[in-house]
Design a protein around this ligand. Structure first.
Ligand code: F6R
Length: 366
């Protein structure tokens, strides 16, 4: 059942190229100048009345939502607020018929996410669900459903569901951007063509494990780890830190790299592992400065950057180079080595990778 792999988690990490491909199939196609979304019935007129989008979810799905905010605001120019479902439902959010809500849930059964969906519907909002389970509660109660085609996810720690949630976010952003005219056909084509190459690039990345395995083998004994990044890299840093916490029980925190100086840099001491993401082209130089700042305090840095950014090797102990894609699509690739880092670290520590302590796959009570 594990297809020759030692754990479900590593099997599911390896299923990501296929999951990405399946989630794009029949929606994003070569030479087709539009997103085909038969599952979503939102019209141009409906969209004109939408003044705000809320993305609501828990855990890993919430992290996919943070990427969604960046991407939808950038491509469709609609203001987006992201919230964790357990906060959203109790804070009297401003919802009305001009609100579009996107809920994200792998299982489609998470209690808080479902409650947030119901709250939005009571106030007249339209709800789109991104879920992996056909016929789940979230799928049944939402107005429109965009299924991720990740296939069953068994390991408690979410991996392939996350990357397909990202793909769903790009699909929605492209769709909305074209529908309201804020996304040019040239930019649409550029992103479409690069998206179609992601499965192959993810596959390539899965074969570049040595640097990660080595870093895990030398740093698994640490008590704290820091994940830093800017823009979309910060969103991925949050997900990377969650993965390591969940399955290896190492305390990890993610920071927007520009925030280091406002407090957390006080925690950087000799030998502290820092995981630095530097995939965002326009922020690359700023990330280099942040990396130098932590190195000056003795941090051990593993960096993630696109091929060609060799400068980063001068300031890092180890570098994982990602095959080049658009900055906006980087999360789909950069999360993969972070999942592997969490996995190999947990294995080194002898943890129960697929069933981490205190956690359940689907949180159906609040
Ligand atoms: C983390 C993880 C959880 C889930 C969260 C939401 O690896 O699996 O954080 O992402 O419990 O679950 P769904 O997406 O089923 O609503």
């Amino acid at each position: 059942e594990k297809g020759g792999y030692e754990h479900f988690m590593i099997k599911e990490i390896h299923e990501q190229p296929k999951a990405i491909k399946d989630t794009m199939t029949s929606r994003i196609m070569m030479d087709v100048d539009e997103v085909k979304l038969d599952d979503i019935k939102l019209t141009k007129e409906d969209l004109e009345s939408i003044s705000k989008i809320y993305i609501v979810a828990c855990g890993t799905a919430y992290h996919a939502g943070i990427v969604g905010k960046y991407v939808i605001e950038r491509l469709a120019k609609i203001p987006v607020e992201v919230d964790v479902a357990s906060e959203f439902r109790y804070r009297n959010p401003l919802i009305n018929k001009n609100t579009l809500m996107i809920v994200v849930s792998q299982s489609g059964e998470t209690a808080d996410t479902l409650a947030a969906l119901r709250l939005a519907k009571e106030h007249g909002a339209r709800v789109i669900a991104i879920t992996n389970v056909v016929g789940s509660s979230v799928a049944r109660e939402a107005d429109d459903v965009l299924y991720t085609w990740a296939g069953p996810e068994i390991a408690v720690a979410s991996t392939k569901a996350y990357v397909t949630q990202l793909i769903a976010m790009y699909i929605i952003a492209l769709y909305l951007g074209r529908l309201n005219g804020n996304l040019s056909i040239e930019e649409f084509r550029l992103i479409r063509d690069e998206m179609l190459k992601l499965p192959e690039k993810a596959e390539y990345l899965l074969n570049q494990k040595e640097t990660i395995q080595k870093f895990a083998a030398t740093h698994y004994v640490h008590k704290d780890m820091f994940y830093i990044g800017r823009g979309l890299d910060f969103a991925v840093a949050l997900e990377g830190a969650l993965k390591i916490k969940e399955i290896s029980y190492i305390h990890a925190e993610a920071y927007a790299a520009g925030e280091l100086k406002h407090g957390p840099i006080a925690l950087i001491d000799k030998g502290v592992p820092v995981i630095a993401l530097a995939t965002q082209e326009e922020l690359f130089e700023k990330m280099l400065s942040n990396i130098k700042e932590v190195v000056a305090r003795g941090a051990h840095v593993i960096s993630f950057a696109f091929e060609g950014n060799d400068d980063i090797s001068k300031v890092s102990d180890a570098v994982v180079y990602l095959p080049k894609t658009l900055s906006i699509l980087a999360p789909v690739l950069s999360v993969i080595p972070l999942q592997l880092l969490a996995y190999y670290t947990a294995v080194e520590r002898g943890c129960d990778v697929d069933k981490p302590r205190n956690l359940a796959k689907s949180v159906t009570v609040e």
